[in-house]
Design a protein around this ligand. Structure first.
Ligand code: GAR
Length: 206
């Protein structure tokens, strides 16, 4: 019998461009996420560029259109697909649809999300624009476990950048995105290591 540990299989959920997914794929390809593989890339939007990208780089992918479908019913199909591909860890990468309580209960502390603000500030849509308009001097991104509330679960890590006087909202979006691309792989590596414990909401490394 092999003594090699079984790889941690990711299920990536996305709705759009997929740059965070591609950053994760590149980390794996470059050997920076040993013991981690992408089992399936799933989109709820047929035209998502991220799905075309998955096809182009030869990763398993599927579209399960959510529009017009009850959330619980669509999520049941997502769960079936993730199970079929033996997914251990679900990574939301620009997945712009709330998950049902049933989905979250199926993967307890096994769903990650990336959000382009320093949570709990600026949850929801257009977080970078919200932060820019508010006039914050430090911005950034957050990778967190997903719970039943929007952009709310326990924080794994955050990366920060200064907001410059010369910034406009577009520049801020781009600079935060560059941090997101580093943060997500780092958070996956931390979760994959299993070397942490939860103290209430607090993610603490051992
Ligand atoms: C990213 O900026 C991500 O943080 C954000 O959507 C973008 C997806 O870009 N997610 C959220 O706002 C979730 N609340 P991508 O498709 O290029 O990864």
């Amino acid at each position: 019998m092999s003594t090699e540990a079984r790889p941690l299989r990711l299920g990536i959920l996305l709705s759009g461009r997929g740059s965070n997914f591609l950053a994760i794929a590149e980390s794996i390809r470059g050997g920076r996420l040993p013991g981690v593989e992408i089992a399936i890339v799933l989109s709820n939007v047929a035209e998502a560029a991220g799905i075309a990208a998955a096809e182009q780089i030869g990763l398993p992918h599927a579209v399960l259109v959510s529009k017009g479908r009850p959330r619980a019913e669509h999520d049941a199909d997502l769960i079936a697909c993730l199970r079929e591909h033996r997914v251990d860890l679900v990574c939301l990468a620009g997945y712009m649809r709330l998950l049902s309580p049933g989905f979250i209960a199926t993967f307890p502390n096994r769903i990650l999300n990336i959000h382009p603000s320093l949570l709990p500030a600026f949850p929801g849509l257009d977080a970078q624009q919200q932060a820019f308009s508010y006039g914050v001097k430090v911005a950034g991104c957050t990778v967190h476990f997903v719970d039943e509330h929007l952009d709310h679960g326990a924080i794994i890590l955050q990366r920060t950048i200064p907001v410059l006087d010369s910034d406009d909202a577009h520049a801020l979006v781009e600079r935060i995105l560059a941090e997101e691309h580093i943060a997500y792989s780092e958070a996956i590596a931390r979760v994959a290591s299993g070397d942490y414990e939860m103290q209430g909401r607090r993610y603490v490394r051992r």
